[in-house]
Design a protein around this ligand. Sequence first.
Ligand code: MG
Length: 112
Amino acid sequence: MERLIQDIIAFRDERNWKQYHNPKDLALSLSLEASELLEIFQWKTSEEAVRTKRTEIEEELADVLIYAITMAHDLEIDVASAIRNKISKNAIKYPAHKAKGSAKKYNEYSSD
Ligand SMILES: [Mg+2]
């Protein structure tokens, strides 16, 4: 992971792009790349998109991850810790005995 982060930042630094990478524009760019990923699925079933657009999905997913990792790097957020912390929070929000096999949002659980 550390090597991957270094490679992403080296790519940016070789192009002198850090000057454009403020947190707001990184968040905006991440969202735009997520939209490009979503666009691949427009007017298709999931199965059709996955079957016919595998390379495009991989590339747009990589774009999303590159912006996410860049933003985490610049804000000194440890990606692995952030993910582990969020999984722990989600485990409290979505206890397995209530969430198992359910697509309900946590605030839609019954109180029992
Ligand atoms: Mg893209």
